[in-house]
Design a protein around this ligand. Sequence first.
Ligand code: ADP
Length: 396
Amino acid sequence: MSPSPPPRILVVDDGAANVDLLEAYLVPEGYSVEKAYDGLEALERVTASPPDLILLDVMMPRLDGYEVCRRLKSSAATVFIPIVMITALQELEEKIKGIDMGADDFLSKPFNKIELLTRVRSLLRVKALHDQLEASKRLLEVKVKERTAQLEEALVVLHQLDQLKTEFLSTVSHELRTPLTPIKGYLQAVLEETLGPLSPSQKNGLGIVAENVTMLERLIGDLLAYVRMESGALKLSLEPFSLESLFEGLTEQLKPQAAAKGITLTATLPPDLPAVVADATEMERALLHLLSNALKFTPAGGTVFLEAQLVSPAASGPTLVQVVVQDTGIGIPADKISKIFDRFYQVDGSTTREYGGMGIGLAIVKQIVTAHGSTMGVESEVGQGSRFSFVLPVSR
Ligand code: ADP
């Protein structure tokens, strides 16, 4: 490392003898001394190349020391240069005026060499610290700028990758769905024995195939729904409909699954519940996900509740219906709750093997609920169960 240059001190005094004297004291101490003989010349020098410290006489022609001090201390570029005012007398009034103008210290004529050097040293130390701080600040600014640029670049790449992934998912889902149509058609024809009679065991086997085809169809449907929502193509068709018939349809659909797992599935809602305004198809999709999860993560002997109830409206807000899906299942650890709505997130990766699933169900549910202007509520306790809820407006 090259040695740092000596501190530069600007001595300003209209008396050449004083300037020479100060120079004689300072140079042997290793300081580099620059000289100015009046206020204006001092300002010019400071502007051309700011020194590390200024020794400034008060009484000078053209521009006195007070004014030089005031101007330097009121400019952001020079405010940090320490200024020692040189006063002819020990007068308090002069010092007060100097302080008002922003002077950092005072020195009286005639000079005391030790006093001079002590003040200069201590003020230069403060100035050096300030310079270091400024340099660190500048370095930090450069680093922050560099990092921001890197992050922006990474964000662009990430966005492109994300788009690529969505396009890929979209293509794959469409391609997967195409062969499903003839598979389902032929399966139905065979099961209905249009193509010839079946033995009971053949019928049973094909029944299982049909169930799995339905599952596959639902998974592909989820992927397509997810892709549609990701690309902002989800268009809701809002209309009044009865939750009662939706609940009936859902329980009808899921009862066999619940029974097979030894889980009780109940749906309760008040008989006089008014119609809600929502997109019935998307609502069914969301509730199907919540109920499938509840069934998936609840062990045998447990219960899954589907409920709806009127909630008392806020002072001027619309009347709302709260929809709840609750289970007595494995629950979700408190520190994972905020993540479960993230796409492809699963609390325990091994659940994929145990329960199946792609980790996009709740991402879809959240998109649907949010699109309805509502928010998802979750309460859960490990080993006790989970409760998912949201509200919908009532039809007037
Ligand atoms: P998937 O069910 O396909 O894994 P989801 O997005 O529907 O994906 O759910 C994300 C994760 O949230 C699940 O893997 C599971 O860990 C957790 N989870 C969701 N619902 C429940 C629930 N009712 N009980 C316990 N855990 C749940």
